[in-house]
Design a protein around this ligand. Structure first.
Ligand SMILES: [Fe+2]
Length: 218
């Protein structure tokens, strides 16, 4: 017998002596109707998609616009997680990385580390021990050859979230393609980033090159 809101029809009916439980007298069609109703209203595990309005850590330093960007990144990884039918655990890893990645972007610069590195260190101090999440946050601006799916999904969402002004149409198309061609889109984005820096005469971070090589050496 299914339960509804913590209520179990059969167990709730007291019996004593050799009296039959009241449940036995409930007509069959009424029991079937009750079961159908309970199935209809029961929460469906694994299908919850709600995002809390604010999941930034208490130590975050993110202004209004930054916060809005982080929310869009989180919403995008959540959308992909649903479309790619990943487990709830994996989805929550992606979301955790999204909420952490720019948490210290508006904090005064810390010497010797990036805003991603500072956020990863702070999250680790707070007890975060998922290496994939911490690496995703630490290297999200440059890429990292050792990433698992969390790092890759965060990198994609950070670049493709719809609030960014440049190349809106191109980015929307790429974002749509992610669930069926994640690595193809990743290669395109890293190539775009590298090309843009080369054209501007800027240096390429060795981690970015290693990341690029890891995506092409197959
Ligand atoms: Fe970001």
């Amino acid at each position: 017998m299914p339960q509804y809101a913590g209520f179990n029809w059969e167990q709730s009916v007291p019996t004593s002596g050799n009296r039959q439980p009241i449940f036995a007298f409930v007509p069959k069609f009424a029991r079937q109707a009750w079961r159908a109703l309970a199935r209809l209203v029961a929460p469906r595990p694994g299908r919850r998609r709600e995002l809390a309005p604010d999941q930034l850590p208490a130590w975050a330093r993110a202004g209004k616009r930054r916060h809005a960007h982080i929310q869009r990144v989180a919403a995008l990884v959540d959308e992909w997680a649903a479309e790619m039918a990943v487990s709830r655990e994996e989805r929550s890893r992606w979301l955790k990385a999204a909420w952490l990645h720019d948490a210290l972007r508006d904090a005064p610069a810390t010497r010797g580390t990036t805003h991603g590195g500072a956020a990863a260190d702070r999250a680790a101090q707070d007890g975060e021990s998922d290496r994939g999440v911490l690496d995703a946050v630490r290297y999200h601006s440059v890429g990292y050859a050792g990433w698992d799916d969390v790092g890759k999904m965060l990198y994609l969402a950070d670049f493709l979230e719809p609030g960014r002004r440049s190349r809106r149409k191109q980015r929307a198309k790429l974002a749509k393609r992610v669930p069926r061609d994640r690595d193809g889109v990743l290669r395109e984005i890293v190539a775009l980033q590298v090309r843009a820096r080369l054209r501007a005469g800027r240096s390429i971070n060795p981690r970015t090159l290693e990341f690029w090589n890891s995506l092409t050496e197959r």
